[in-house]
Design a protein around this ligand. Structure first.
Ligand code: SAM
Length: 222
């Protein structure tokens, strides 16, 4: 899978050299491209934004710079993801869908966001385009949101996780499913004991306990 990130802050994507995504890059399972939007700026001031038509606060990112940046990476295989708090809410089902894609392009907005004609243009041209939000709150920019999505998607790609079993039974692997609480050694820590059943070796009882502990955890955190 190829992931391209377009942003005025390419430095934000340095952490994608670390951990499992870093290893997946080394193994060529994932290829990552980071593109500075200002390289496509329209003037020597490296301007990428302008005042909004219709008035109002803030600045809007110009379609011309975005068009030039996206044209450099987009193909018929691509899916263009425009990060915006107004988008469809990201969840595990969307992560699964996106993990089947060969190429994701993340358009990371800043200021008041990206001129909407960018979305309209690539849709009209027949490309797959989604506006995606990572939650009902407003960030300063789309970079962190893009990294959240990239991490959730990439761990679903075969070969990225050391143990492929890890993704079978985890929270949100099915709608409403929440994983049971986890414990490791020692059996007692600061006076708190690991539930007895987990030390019993009785797999049927452990499975029963885990199911009910996951359900009560889900109810408690609602
Ligand atoms: N004026 C926009 C609005 O009210 O919908 C908010 C713009 S926000 C300050 C700047 C950029 O941050 C957005 O263009 C988007 O790329 C990113 N962003 C902010 N919140 C986000 C969220 N919840 N999910 C995804 N991207 C977000």
């Amino acid at each position: 899978m190829k992931l391209d990130f377009i942003s005025i802050f390419p430095e934000f994507f340095e952490p994608l050299k670390l951990s499992l995504i870093g290893k997946a890059r080394d193994k060529s399972i994932i290829e990552i491209g980071v593109h500075d939007l200002r390289d496509q700026a329209i003037n020597v001031h490296r301007q990428v934004d302008d005042t909004p038509y219709g008035g109002g606060a803030g600045m809007v990112m110009m379609p011309e710079v975005w068009g030039k940046a996206i044209d450099k990476v987009i193909t018929q295989e691509s899916e263009l993801i425009i990060l915006t708090p107004a988008g469809q809410l990201f969840n595990q089902r969307m992560a699964e869908e996106l993990s089947n894609s060969a190429h994701l392009i993340f358009a990371c907005g800043r200021y008041e966001g990206i001129d909407d004609r960018v979305r309209q243009y690539y849709l009209n041209e027949g490309f797959k385009v989604r506006e995606v939000s990572i939650g009902d709150y407003v960030l300063n920019g789309g970079e962190v949101a893009a990294i959240v999505i990239a991490e959730a998607v990439s761990r679903l790609i075969p070969g990225v996780l050391g143990n492929p079993e890890s993704i079978v039974d985890e929270s949100h692997s099915e709608d409403g499913y929440i994983e049971y609480p986890a414990f490791t050694k020692p059996a007692e820590w600061r006076g708190i004991k690991v539930p007895e059943v987990l030390l019993s070796g009785n797999h049927a009882e452990i499975a029963k306990w885990r199911k009910s502990a996951g359900e009560s955890r889900a109810n408690h955190n609602q």
